[in-house]
Structures are given as C-alpha cells and as structure tokens.
Design a protein around this ligand. Structure first.
Ligand SMILES: [Zn+2]
Length: 115
C-alpha cells in the first residue's frame, strides 16, 4: 500500500524518501515535468541506462487509456453527443498529460526497483 502512495507522491524507488521530480510541469503553460538525475537523499540514479524510460511509454498508454475509457463512459452515461465527448476526452488527455508522464515514469522505475 505504501508503494502505491509513494508512486503517486513521486518518491525515489530506492529509499522512498527523496523526490524524483524537481518540477511537476504545467499543462496550461506547456511545461513538462523535470526529473532529477539522482535522488537527493540516497544518491540513486533514476535513469539506469540511456533509453531506460523508453518503456515508460507503454506504461503511459496503460495509464491513459483506462482514464479516457472511464471518461468516455461517464460522458455517454450523461447522454452527451459524440463530438462533445471527443472534445472533452481530448482536453482531459491534454490536462492529464503531465500527471500521466510523471506517473508512468515512476511506475516504470518501481517495476525495476529490485532488478
Ligand atoms: Zn532515494
């Protein structure tokens, strides 16, 4: 349970105390989150090797698609037409992009934390 909380808080997968991101990003200002190179507390290097976060794209897909499906079903339940639903889902996708970026990279690091 604490691991899930640490993933949402963006804590280091090694010591679970240091923060992974120095800037959280802002979708309204088109700013992406900025990662730290190493953990401030334990010195753990977040990027194990070049291209390590390539696999986080697949995690991002697995995170974003259920969000959009839930939103789509909620809009359908409210009786909205298809075009407004598409616009709402696209806006939600953009607004959640920085959160999903952070979440997917953090989940990816936690998957390989003991390897
Ligand atoms: Zn650490």
């Amino acid at each position: 349970m604490s691991m899930i909380l640490n993933i949402f808080r963006g804590r280091c997968p090694h010591c679970e105390k240091g923060r992974i991101f120095e800037k959280l990003g802002n979708p309204f200002l088109f700013q992406m989150p900025k990662m730290k190179q190493k953990c401030d507390v334990c010195g753990h290097s977040f990027e194990r090797e070049p291209g390590f976060f390539f696999g986080a794209m697949f995690v991002s897909y697995a995170v974003a698609v259920p969000q959009m499906v839930v939103l789509l079903l909620a809009c359908k339940a409210l009786g909205l037409e298809n075009i407004p639903i598409i616009i709402i889902v696209i806006i939600a996708f953009i607004l959640l992009s920085t959160t999903n970026f952070r979440l997917s990279r953090t989940i990816w690091m936690y998957i390989f934390r003991n390897v």
